[in-house]
Ligand binder design. Structure first.
Ligand SMILES: NC(=O)c1ccc[n+]([C@@H]2O[C@H](COP(=O)([O-])OP(=O)(O)OC[C@H]3O[C@@H](n4cnc5c(N)ncnc54)[C@H](OP(=O)(O)O)[C@@H]3O)[C@@H](O)[C@H]2O)c1
Length: 276
């Protein structure tokens, strides 16, 4: 059989943020489980490298699409390229962090974040879920964060956008009940990826490694995929993270806000600010 025909009939997953971190880990695990992949990221070199190593180790079909999902209408353009496929899985993993007082942060970076975390994630989910519902099968995994459980001074737009992903995904999970499609939202604590250093870069700070990581990227990815395959609505990897997710419900909101601000300020104090 021609290779293209093989690619058309195998299980297929669409993964954003697939060049590194969690998106790459999802790609590796799904390739090992015989999924063909469409891997999307704005980091073209990283994406090519990742796809080649996955293809070499698993023999799976991989297609790479270099796309900045922080741009206006990027999800529609992406779907224009891949809309002919029937995806069994969609994972929206691309994301980044930004520190700083809202009054001082760069609007262009925040606009990119809102396009990435909110508009394009929502649009891509809509386009894919419509096709999945027609087929009567499919799984969607959206990556939020523990940040989604409370407002976050000094990481304001990040926290607010992750709360959007959380609520949007849970409501959609409820709406698609009985269609054969499931929607899962992942709400992880900190884990070891390029996230901290990329957030520091966007924020004009010194490169930084996360020090208070509680789970590894592989643990997070495995737990998330397991939950998604079971059709769970939300997945919070790790016992301590489950407690952290619950805490804001039982503590006064103003106390939570002040505590989070103090934590962010102490992190910022430890960093050598490199921008003027
Ligand atoms: N790591 C954590 O502690 C943590 C905790 C909670 C939630 N999360 C969430 O987990 C998800 C994955 O992050 P990660 O930890 O795996 O970080 P990561 O290693 O930095 O991976 C994120 C990937 O997304 C890509 N990306 C960023 N902006 C993009 C854009 N505009 N268009 C297309 N691709 C873009 C990045 O490309 P570049 O390298 O070119 O920027 C990178 O390859 C994010 O949604 C993040 O918010 C992470």
């Amino acid at each position: 059989m021609h290779n293209f025909q093989i690619f058309m009939i195998r299980k297929k997953a669409l993964i954003t943020g697939a060049a590194s971190g969690l998106g790459l880990e999802f790609s590796r695990l799904l390739a090992a489980d015989s999924y063909d992949l469409v891997m999307v990221d704005k980091d073209g070199d990283g994406l090519e490298l990742a796809a080649r190593s996955i293809q070499d180790s698993s023999g799976t079909g991989t297609e790479v699409i270099v796309r900045d999902l922080g741009e206006n209408r990027a999800a529609e353009e992406l779907f224009g390229e891949v809309g002919q496929y029937e995806f069994d899985i969609l994972i929206n993993s691309a994301g980044f962090g930004l520190f700083g007082f809202f009054a001082e942060t760069d609007w262009q970076i925040e606009e990119t974040m809102l396009h990435l975390h909110v508009l394009n994630l929502t649009c891509l989910t809509k386009l894919v879920v419509q096709k999945m519902i027609k087929r009567g099968t499919g799984r969607i995994l959206n990556i939020s964060s523990l940040a989604a459980f409370q407002p976050g001074p000094l990481m304001n737009i990040y926290y607010a956008s992750k709360a959007y992903i959380h609520f949007f995904s849970e409501a959609l999970a409820n709406e698609v009940k009985g269609t054969g499609v499931t929607v899962t939202v992942l709400l992880p604590g900190l884990f070891n990826t390029n996230f901290a250093s990329s957030a520091a870069r966007y924020s004009g700070s010194a490169e930084k490694k996360e020090k208070i990581v509680t789970t590894t990227v592989e643990q997070v990815a495995r737990t998330a995929l397991k939950g998604m395959m079971k059709g769970r609505i939300r997945v919070i990897p790790g016992f301590s993270n489950k407690l952290l997710a619950l805490a804001p419900r039982f503590l006064p909101r103003n106390f939570v806000l002040s505590a989070l601000r103090r934590i962010q300020e102490s992190i910022r104090k430890q960093e050598r600010v490199s921008s003027p």
